[in-house]
Every structure is written in structure tokens, then in C-alpha cells.
Design a protein around this ligand. Structure first.
Ligand SMILES: Cc1cc2nc3c(=O)[nH]c(=O)nc-3n(C[C@H](O)[C@H](O)[C@H](O)COP(=O)(O)OP(=O)(O)OC[C@H]3O[C@@H](n4cnc5c(N)ncnc54)[C@H](O)[C@@H]3O)c2cc1C
Length: 479
């Protein structure tokens, strides 16, 4: 992975920069000891590592603004960081950058159940947002599998999704407003506790901007009433393509389950061994969950089971109580941990039109065989968000490179069938060089012109999202 050379001037001034940051932040909020900055050298894309010049842990919007003003004056690059669970290398530092960690900003600022909103600091974990409103029978819908650890600021930066986003939408559909600090240290308010603010839709621009435009410090989020009930059904098939066709038919029929999750044989076996979920011995497994009153659940499940039966399932398992429902989800929820036991893997994140699932699943199998890598599939099938996991051995020379080359082929295939490079994990460094597969030079220029406006010095989250050759003129002009 090519990264620009570190700025020697900044490295030479590092002691002064750290001293200036220490002057505007509490003493324990500035970390510059190389033994401690190592904790920030990577995110969940662990193949790439680089300790930052320093890490800072502000506790308020005012502290974030003060620190950014220092970095702006010193011309120091800044990498915002939530919990560091990015699978795309979004929070990877460079040697001449400061990590701005939001981990101390976890407060709930306001809960308003009458208007169904919650306002939190951006370092609060996703799951603990739902936790904060559970006693009122509310929840926050976007549910990344990493929700125990990942932070709302990271979710906003990556426009994260999860299993239940088929019905409720991803982060952008549940975000009402943000407080954001620009690289120059200016605090701006975008959106608020209401729908459809006047003027340009800047909130839509910020959500998914991967830390390129500003540092989000607070977020106003939509919360929802918990549904009356929910029930999953497990459907097993003897072919991944047939399971893909079943998903396509369910969506075509106009039923809207809350989730449709897919696992193929390698994933079923690994998760079953790991979790003891008791999954059937089959090629592909779907978990379809519906929500509502007893009558609504019965009606939706009736239609789903009718469609499933048309494709000759080898297993149909309906949950009759909460224990059985939890058992159906058990393996799926443990999938990423379980796959880690099989070896190193790269987790891809392409999105495709649901009707292309059978074709794409077949091509992924063929491409895996061509490149000599095992590929396991576990993904949010209902919205076509694929997560092929490419297995490789990080200690075997050349294996990472060939796994990455296979990953690039699979993502190109997603674009070819009318999909896109990323459904929810973001571009980061992982897909940076593939952006020109999806976008024409003029499209990329339009996106980079937005970056020019918010961050004219190109100091925020360096070397991510935009291919280095495409962004070089902007970066040179910014110097
Ligand atoms: C096991 C596992 C399962 C996962 N499952 C899912 C899933 O189901 N769905 C999904 O969408 N993702 C998933 N992810 C990916 C990851 O959890 C998400 O991308 C998540 O939103 C990242 O949040 P974070 O707080 O860890 O952000 P980080 O990894 O710290 O940062 C991610 C990006 O956001 C930027 N950023 C962070 N905070 C801010 C801020 N306050 N202001 C501006 N920019 C900021 C960073 O610069 C970086 O570019 C998974 C990851 C793992 C390891």
C-alpha cells in the first residue's frame, strides 16, 4: 500500500507540536511516548500499521477545537479515531499525523422520547446508545456487528449498517444532526432534532465522509419504539445460488423482513463449531427475521415460508420462543470471530443489486478457485451487501498480495453488475486505489472539490479514500 512520504518538517518539530497540544489539553490527554502511541498504529485492518507522531484524547467539543487549531497552525495532519474497528484502514495513522481519539467523549447529552431523539457525544458506543433508551422501550436501529465496541462518530464517518438495516436503513437514515469541528478549529452545527433542514443537505455530505471533512463531536440520532415482537426463521439450501434466488424472490414479493442474512458452507461449519448453534449440514443458510404484532409476524412469515418452499429447502426451522430465536442468531452473531479461528482473512464489502446474487456468488466461487484462496460468504443478503471473507496465511510470502488481488477482482465484479465498492465499511486505504474503477475522473474531481472547501490544507485523514495519483494536484496545491 503506497503512502506519501512523511513531512520531515513536521517530524523535526514534533516536540514543539506535542508541547503546544499539551498546553491546550489536560496533561493525561496527550500521548507521545512511542511505547504508548503503538496502541494506535492500526485499526481492524491489521495488515497495515504505522505509529502516529502523537495521540490526543480530548473530552469536549471545545478541547477538540483547541487541539485542531494547534494542528492547523502547525500544518500537522490529523486522523480522527473512534474505537478503531474500521475494516478498511480508515483510522490508520501516518508517521507525521496526530490521532484524535474520541474515546473519552461518551456522554448522553439529551434524551427526548416525545420527539424520539437522543443527543450523544461522538465517542459513545453504538450499543450503549440503545442501552441509554432501553428503559423507555426505545432503541437505536443501525446495528453493526461491532456495535459493542464501535463509536457513533465512526458509524457516521463510515455510514455504517448492520443486519437490521434492511428495514430501518443505515446510519444516514437515522441521523438528524451533528456538531462538527473543522480542521481550522471552527465549530459548526449541521441539522438538528427535526427532519429535512432548510438549505443544502450538508448532513448527507458529512455522513459517510470518512473523517475527510471534519471531526464529529456530537450527534443527534433518531430513536425508535421497540417492536412488539420479532421472530427469525432459518432456511437451509443445497446451493448458494438457490439461496440467492430465494432472497431475490422474497424482496421481489414486496415483503419487508427486518433482516435477511446469508452464510455459505465454510461459514456455517466454522460458526457452528465455534458457537454450537446446531446449524444444519447444507451449502447455504438464510436467517430471515420479521417484526410486529403476532398477526403481522404470522402473515409475513407465511409468505416467506411459501417462497422458501418453492426453492426446495433442505431445512426450515421456525423459532417458537426466545431461546430458539437466540439459537438461530447465535452462529451468525459469532461469524467474524469464528472465521478468525480458521486463519487470517480479508473481509470485503461490495454491494450488488439483489437480483444479481446468484450470478455473483457463482463468480466468487470461480474466482476463489482461480486464485487458490478459500472464500467464505456471510452477509446482509436482503440489501445486497456482500462480505466475502478471503482466507490467507499472513506468514506465507505473497499470500496477502494474492488475497488482495482476488479481493479487487471481486469488488470490480460488484461494480460491473451495477453495484458499488462499499456497502458499509467505507473506502479507507483498502479500496482507495479501486475508486477509479467506480468513478470517472470528473466524478472524483467533484468529490475532491468538496474536500478542498472543508479542508483546504488536506490535513484531515491523509492518503485515504482518493487514489494518490488523482489527489496529488490537490495535495500539492494545499502545501
Ligand atoms: C468484527 C467486526 C464486525 C463489523 N461489522 C460491521 C457491520 O456489521 N456493519 C458495519 O457497517 N461495519 C462493521 N464493521 C466495521 C466498523 O465497525 C465500522 O466501520 C464502524 O463504524 C467503525 O467505527 P469506529 O468507532 O471503530 O471507527 P474507527 O475505526 O475509529 O474509524 C473509522 C473511520 O471513521 C473516522 N472517524 C472516526 N470517528 C470520527 C469522528 N468523530 N469524526 C470524523 N471521523 C471519524 C476515522 O477517521 C476513520 O476514517 C465491523 C468491524 C469489525 C471489526
Amino acid at each position: 500500500m503506497e503512502m506519501p512520504d512523511p513531512d520531515r518538517g513536521v517530524l523535526a518539530r514534533s516536540a514543539r507540536i506535542v508541547a503546544r497540544l499539551a498546553a491546550v489539553l489536560p496533561e493525561d490527554a496527550v500521548i507521545s511516548d512511542p511505547l504508548e502511541t503503538r496502541a494506535y498504529e492500526c485499526d481492524a485492518l491489521t495488515a497495515y500499521r504505522c505509529p502516529p507522531l502523537a495521540a490526543i484524547l480530548p473530552s469536549s467539543t471545545a478541547e477538540v477545537a483547541a487541539a485542531l487549531r494547534v494542528c492547523h497552525e502547525e500544518g500537522v495532519k490529523v486522523v480522527p479515531r473512534g474505537a478503531g474497528t474500521s475494516l478498511a484502514g480508515g483510522a490508520l495513522p501516518t508517521a507525521d499525523s496526530v490521532i484524535l481519539g474520541l474515546a473519552r467523549m461518551t456522554a448522553v447529552l439529551e434524551i427526548d422520547t416525545a420527539d424520539r431523539v437522543i443527543r450523544v457525544q461522538a465517542g459513545r458506543t453504538n450499543l450503549s446508545v440503545s442501552g441509554a433508551v432501553a428503559e423507555h422501550d426505545f432503541f437505536y436501529a443501525p446495528d453493526p456487528s461491532s456495535q459493542l465496541a464501535c463509536a457513533i462518530g465512526g458509524n457516521i464517518a463510515m455510514n455504517s449498517g448492520g443486519a437490521h438495516c434492511l428495514k430501518y436503513g443505515v446510519t444516514t437514515n437515522n441521523l438528524l444532526g451533528v456538531t462538527m469541528v473543522t480542521m481550522a478549529g471552527e465549530v459548526i452545527e449541521i441539522g438538528g432534532a427535526h427532519l429535512d433542514p432548510a438549505g443544502l443537505d450538508l448532513l448527507g455530505l458529512i455522513c459517510g465522509s470518512e473523517g475527510q471533512l471534519g471531526v464529529v463531536t456530537e450527534a443527534t440520532l433518531r430513536i425508535l419504539r421497540k417492536p412488539e415482537g420479532a421472530r427469525p426463521v432459518l432456511i437451509g439450501y443445497d446451493s448458494s445460488e438457490v439461496a440467492g434466488a430465494c432472497v431475490s424472490d422474497i424482496i421481489k414479493a414486496g415483503v419487508l423482513p427486518v433482516a435477511i442474512e446469508f452464510m455459505d458452507r465454510p461459514c456455517i461449519r466454522a460458526t457452528d463449531d465455534f458457537s454450537g448453534a446446531g446449524y444444519p449440514d447444507c451449502e447455504a443458510l438464510l436467517i430471515v427475521e420479521v417484526e410486529g404484532s403476532e398477526d403481522e409476524i404470522a402473515e409475513q412469515l407465511g409468505l416467506i415460508l411459501q417462497i422458501a418452499r418453492r426453492h426446495d429447502p433442505v431445512e426450515l426451522r421456525e423459532a417458537s420462543d426466545a431461546d430458539e430465536a437466540a439459537r438461530i442468531w447465535l452462529g451468525r452473531k459469532a461469524a467474524f470471530g469464528a472465521m478468525g479461528q480458521l486463519g487470517d482473512y480479508i473481509c470485503l464489502d461490495g454491494t450488488i443489486p439483489v437480483s444479481s446474487l446468484p450470478l455473483v456468488l457463482r463468480r466468487i466461487g470461480e474466482l476463489g478457485a482461480e486464485y487458490g484462496h478459500r472464500v467464505a460468504n456471510v452477509f446482509h443478503a436482503g440489501d445486497g451487501n456482500m462480505h466475502p471473507l478471503i482466507l490467507f496465511d499472513a506468514n506465507a510470502p505473497g499470500q496477502l498480495a494474492s488475497a488482495e488481488a482476488l479481493g479487487a477482482e471481486i469488488l470490480k465484479l460488484c461494480v460491473e453488475v451495477g453495484g458499488c465498492l462499499t456497502g458499509e465499511h467505507g473506502v479507507g486505504i483498502e479500496k482507495r486505489d479501486l475508486m477509479s474503477v467506480q468513478y470517472a475522473p470528473a466524478d472524483l474531481e467533484a468529490q475532491m472539490a468538496v474536500k478542498d472547501v472543508f479542508d483546504p490544507g488536506w490535513l484531515l485523514n491523509p492518503a485515504k479514500v482518493f487514489p494518490l495519483d488523482a489527489s496529488s494536484a490537490h495535495r500539492v496545491a494545499a502545501e
